[in-house]
Design a binder for this molecule. Structure first.
Ligand code: GTP
Ligand code: MG
Length: 285
């Protein structure tokens, strides 16, 4: 039996809607989560994007492993054959870098227009990505820089608006959501760890237990220090509950509460800066 339940729902529909939106833009910004670059990266975006330039933002770099951030960025940029930026959206400068990169990526489009004798126009861009990776944050930060809302345009449904970021860039104000439907349970588990899968789809004790197994393997010293364990002690939901005094009547460990705390502190980056996967594990290096 699988532990994490995907809801296939309207995948085909979601894909079709995404494709329609992508038709409207010149440069595509795909946001992925730096803690799980492989699992949050949509391998078939290239098919959806066609020849359009694409910029990947490997986001939440403030809560992921700095060493692995660099290695992953190189690997993905090579594999996806596109530009990638390591971002932390609370960093104002990162937004300026994103803006310059979009301008750079639109040069071809502008040159082609010029060759056809057409006037230059602002580059149209949109943000896509799996749930919770930081799509809305990216849009909000870019829009804060915006001069004016340009309003709905022909060919665009009324719910969608183009926002003018500067003279050169217009951004679609709603993101494209990549449906996270997969049949790989380990990928599903990692998406659940970073809160990219609805809580109804999994049992938090199962996810916390698997997360601890990964952290025990990859970041043992960091979690020992954080929870106050010795190097010969087992670190599990139960032992953490007992150590922290998160217990129920009868001195039973409160595994439910402990699991939820483990997951939320991990997600906030309080335990440490962790990345749950390496390119080697996927034979990308
Ligand atoms: N630590 C950290 N948190 C971030 C960063 N960017 C976004 N977040 C947080 O991640 C959470 C999700 O961000 P959103 O921008 O809402 O993500 P989204 O992709 O729009 O999510 P959905 O709309 O649910 O698909 C929020 O709590 C953000 O504050 C980042 O660079 N670092
Ligand atoms: Mg959002």
């Amino acid at each position: 039996m699988s532990h994490i339940h995907w809801y296939p729902g309207h995948i085909a529909k979601a894909q079709k809607q995404l494709k329609e939106k992508l038709n409207l833009v010149d440069v595509i910004i795909e946001v992925i989560d730096a803690r799980i670059p492989y699992s949050s990266w949509y391998k078939t975006t290239a098919e959806l994007c066609g020849a359009k330039p694409r910029l990947i933002l490997m986001n939440k770099s403030d809560v992921s492993d700095p060493e692995l951030n660099k290695i992953w960025a190189n690997t993905i940029s090579r594999k996806a054959n596109c530009d990638i930026l390591i971002t932390n959206l609370s960093n104002k400068n990162d937004i300026n870098i994103i803006i310059s990169k979009i301008i750079k990526l639109s040069q071809d489009m502008l040159q082609k227009r010029a060759e056809k004798g057409m006037l230059p126009r602002p580059t149209r861009t949109m943000v896509i990505g799996m749930p919770n990776v930081g799509k809305s944050s990216t849009i909000n930060r870019l829009v804060k820089k915006a001069k004016t809302k340009t309003g709905a345009k022909a060919g665009v449904t009324r719910q969608q608006q183009w926002v003018r970021i500067n003279d050169k860039i217009e951004l679609l104000d709603t993101p494209g959501i990549i449906p996270t439907v997969q049949d790989d349970q380990f990928q599903a588990l990692k998406l659940a760890c970073v809160n990219s899968i609805g809580e109804n789809a999994y049992d938090s004790e199962y996810v916390a237990c698997e997360l601890l197994k990964i952290l025990n393997k990859k970041y043992r010293e960091v979690i020992e220090k954080y929870y106050g364990f010795n190097n010969n002690e087992e670190i599990t939901i139960e032992t953490i509950a007992l150590k922290k005094g998160w217990i129920l009547k009868g001195a039973q460990p409160d595994t439910k509460r402990t699991s939820q705390i483990i997951l939320s502190t991990f997600r906030e980056g309080k335990i440490g800066k962790f990345s749950l996967e390496t390119p080697q594990e996927y034979e990308l290096i």
